[in-house]
Design a protein around this ligand. Structure first.
Ligand SMILES: Cc1cc2nc3c(=O)[nH]c(=O)nc-3n(C[C@H](O)[C@H](O)[C@H](O)COP(=O)(O)OP(=O)(O)OC[C@H]3O[C@@H](n4cnc5c(N)ncnc54)[C@H](O)[C@@H]3O)c2cc1C
Length: 468
């Protein structure tokens, strides 16, 4: 039987894995490999939280393979050299993989495909992570979409979910070995992630469990609850989706099976969020410069505040004096995750009230989020900053106090992550600087004043916007 390499990348699962299925369907003996080559991701090599997750996800994939008689062969990059070496060692006649869409690795993969085919090796890539590949949906003029609603409307007219496929029951033991997982040194130098793992279970089993928990629980009422950070109102599937531990069409199929008249709006609302994920990949594919530069070039002249390390550090560490912002930044540090509504609030505060360039925030999220994803992160930051596609207009500036009062009305989220405010009466927990005597008496450790006066910060941002 001929050997085929199945090259795992951002598809760390055995179910619904088109590359693995294709290798098996072609009658090959699959050799399952992971090549560690973070340098090939260009300016966006995975950050510390991503690496911590990746370590656990690879360990789980290897355990799942061993349970089937196989194991994962891990090698160090460069990817092309490592794959050529594996071909030489095993006589493999084919290489299968699922596509990644980040600009740097797309270019690498295209070159590699040409090289392998030039040698007479079968080189096949598949769609392992999207409902629609970035080039499948186009406007009537044939160009990329820049606005979500028509993008999603078109997507829904083309909605066709693939048949689900089970994980293979058994896989052959590889004839060669790789390096141990620990050799990749994915653990952070500073073990700040210890607290993460009570919240997360990386790997394919953890992904399916998270989906089950969501379907049994937060799916009912998702449309209303998804904006409330004080409860588990969302699926928490983002890191599993990022690492390809579950296919989006698997999630969509399970949800479609659950669809009833009563939960129609919740199911549609959830699928729409998966749609934003599709849209972000569409945007990054068609506008590959946007991970670094504004999509809207008008903002290239915007007067961002000069880099200010103490200001940025106060935001990063949750010491801004604005409770909802500090709560979000501390949730991020403690769990590797932040609720979507709060991501918008902290991002708006950084880009508008502090007027620091959105890239400062994008880079911090990149290093600290377990779901850090170049397409979603880029779109999220440019959307909030007002510099991106279909963005909130720059002049719509989130007021972090009224946002907190609306979405965390009992201040439960604030108090969970900023416990030093717990002794204050509820009304004082949203804007404690308005209650200086209480603050001095009951919350000595919390900043007396916000980093910037919210009204002045807003005016300065609007004035800078007027000049663009
Ligand atoms: C400034 C900023 C940065 C962000 N950075 C990232 C990031 O690096 N990685 C990331 O996965 N998401 C990012 N998001 C989007 C969103 O916050 C997360 O996807 C969401 O909070 C994940 O939680 P969940 O899985 O419970 O979401 P659910 O509400 O359960 O949504 C289901 C899935 O839909 C996708 N999704 C939901 N909202 C969005 C969105 N706004 N844009 C794109 N996809 C979405 C995610 O894959 C998510 O897992 C960012 C948003 C903002 C405002």
């Amino acid at each position: 039987m001929s050997v085929a390499l199945v090259w795992f990348r951002r598809d760390l699962r055995l179910q619904d894995n088109p590359a693995l299925q294709a290798a098996l369907a072609a009658g090959h003996e699959p050799l399952l490999v992971y090549v560690h080559a973070p340098d090939e991701e260009g300016a966006w090599a995975p950050g510390a939280a991503s690496n911590a997750w990746l370590h656990r996800s690879l360990a789980n994939l290897d355990a799942d393979l061993r349970a089937r008689g196989s194991q994962l062969v891990i090698r160090h990059g460069p990817s092309a050299a490592a794959l050529q070496q594996l071909i030489a060692e095993t006589g493999a006649q084919a290489v299968y993989w699922n596509r990644k869409y980040e600009p740097a690795t797309q270019a690498r993969d295209a070159a590699l495909k040409r090289e392998l085919r030039g040698q007479g090796i079968v080189a096949e890539s598949h769609n392992g992570s999207l409902l629609f590949e970035p080039w499948e949906l186009a406007t009537q003029q044939g160009g990329p979409y820049k606005v979500f609603t028509p993008f999603w409307r078109t997507a829904l007219t083309r909605w066709k979910l693939p048949v689900l496929s089970a994980a293979p029951a058994a896989l052959p033991r590889p004839s060669i070995s790789g390096v141990p997982l620990d050799a990749l040194q994915l653990h952070p130098a500073l073990a700040w992630d210890n607290g993460f793992w009570e919240h997360w279970q990386p790997g394919e089993t953890g992904a399916h469990e998270a989906l089950d928990v969501f379907v049994e629980g937060a799916l009912q009422g998702y449309r209303q609850q998804r904006d409330l950070p004080d409860r588990v109102g969302t699926s928490l599937l983002s890191p599993h989706l990022h690492f390809g531990e579950i296919a989006p069409w698997h999630i969509a199929t399970v949800l479609e099976r659950q669809r009833t008249a009563a939960n129609e709006a919740d199911v549609n609302g959830y699928l729409r969020e998966l749609g934003w994920r599709e849209f972000s990949t569409h945007l990054l594919h068609h506008f590959p410069h946007t991970s670094e530069r504004n999509l809207n070039p008008r903002f290239d002249r915007f007067a961002w505040t000069a880099p200010d390390p103490p200001l940025l550090a106060a935001w990063q560490q949750g010491r801004t004096g604005v409770p909802i912002v500090d709560a979000g930044m501390r949730e991020l540090w403690a769990t590797g995750y932040m609720h979507n509504r709060v991501r918008m609030i902290v991002a708006s505060y950084l880009c508008k009230h502090l007027r620091l360039h959105w890239l400062h925030g994008a880079r911090w999220f990149w290093d600290t989020l377990v779901d850090a994803d170049l397409a979603n992160n880029t779109m999220g930051w440019q959307w909030v900053a007002g510099t991106g596609a279909d963005a909130a207009p720059y002049f719509r500036i989130f007021n972090p106090v009224t946002q907190a009062q609306k979405f965390d009305p009992e201040a439960r989220y604030i108090t969970r992550w900023v416990p030093e405010l717990g002794a204050l009466p509820l009304k004082a927990r949203f804007a404690p600087w308005l209650f200086p005597a209480l603050l001095a008496d009951k919350a000595l450790d919390y900043p007396r004043q916000p980093l910037v006066d919210l009204a002045q910060g807003r005016e300065a941002a609007l004035a800078a916007y007027q000049r663009v």
